[in-house]
Ligand binder design. Structure first.
Ligand code: R5P
Length: 289
């Protein structure tokens, strides 16, 4: 078994390979004058490949498909595709007639050349139902809890009701209380958070979310916590997109971090061992079948 990573996930790929004690294979990536992508994987003799690639932004999706094809071409029999951040997962139903279920379209295409799929903190569990290959859905709960423990956080909150369970699990792993706020989304960049009395005075509070995109959610939640006297405010997410006004919004908190599912200077928490453990389990499963 060897680990190959696409250009969206080189650091995470290397970390996973190190934990597994296997070789890390770094493909060569070039772009043709017309913008089309070319990948080239150095010699690969193993029959099992772990392919790690975040499917964001769009060109990283094409790269994933090219890498899968190149691996098959080199005789790889089994491919475990690991998608650290599953782009297009947020459109997991039809909101308006004529739309695509983008998450389903992605799942169907990823599995064409995969023998197993592993994701982490997917937007919805239902995404797994669109795969017909073995799947695993892991969570960044423990690495996030470790980061929060180092900061002596004494309360975890979810900025919306939908993230209640995530905050609860992170709070339990950190050994602190949890609560949630109620958010309404007005547009892609605007949210409002309903005032709610939290026992925030003088406390070190972490806002935990699956995604930080524009940072609007974190900014609004943080304003509530400041008004209620929080001593320190931390923001942590699994997938840090940090687009648009995000860096300005992040100034509302004392410190923030994301995991390395999307690699940037903000990915300060690694989920490598979570994936390494999942890959070991998946390997046993697919080699038996
Ligand atoms: C929403 O369902 C997600 O859990 C996040 O709260 C959301 O994607 C964050 O977006 P933004 O950072 O743009 O407020």
């Amino acid at each position: 078994m060897k680990v190959v990573a696409g250009s969206a996930s080189p650091k995470l790929g290397r970390r996973v390979a190190e934990i597994l004690g296997v070789d890390f294979v770094e493909p060569e990536f070039t772009t043709f004058p017309d913008g089309e992508l070319r990948v080239q994987i150095p010699e690969f003799r193993d029959e099992l490949a772990v392919l790690i690639q975040t499917t964001y932004p769009n060109n990283k999706i094409i790269e994933l498909f090219l890498l899968q094809d190149a691996l098959r071409e080199m005789g790889v029999k089994k491919i475990i595709t690991v998608v650290p951040y599953f782009g297009y997962s947020r459109q997991d139903k039809i909101f308006n007639p004529g739309e695509a279920i983008s998450a389903r379209a992605m799942a169907k295409h990823i599995e064409l050349e995969s023998d197993a799929f592993i994701g982490i903190d997917l937007h919805a569990d239902s995404i797994l139902s669109w795969f017909s290959i073995p799947t695993m859905h892991k969570h960044a709960t423990k690495p996030i809890a470790e980061w929060l423990k180092e900061r002596k956080v004494d309360m975890v909150i979810s900025p919306d009701k939908g993230g209640f369970k995530r905050a609860k699990y992170v709070a339990e792993a950190t050994g602190v209380e949890f609560d949630y706020l109620e958010k309404t989304r007005l547009s892609g960049t605007e949210v409002v958070i309903k005032p709610k009395n939290l026992d925030a005075n003088g406390r070190r509070i972490a806002i935990v979310d699956d995604i930080i995109s524009t940072g609007g959610t974190i900014a609004r939640a943080s304003e509530q916590l400041r008004e209620q006297g929080a001593e320190k405010i931390y923001a942590v997410c699994t997938h840090g997109l940090f687009i648009g006004n995000a860096m300005e919004n992040m100034k509302k908190v004392d410190e923030f971090a994301a995991t390395d599912t999307i690699e940037s200077e903000n990915s300060k928490i690694s989920v490598a061992w979570v994936f390494a453990k999942a890959i070991e389990e998946m390997k046993t499963k697919i080699l038996k079948s």
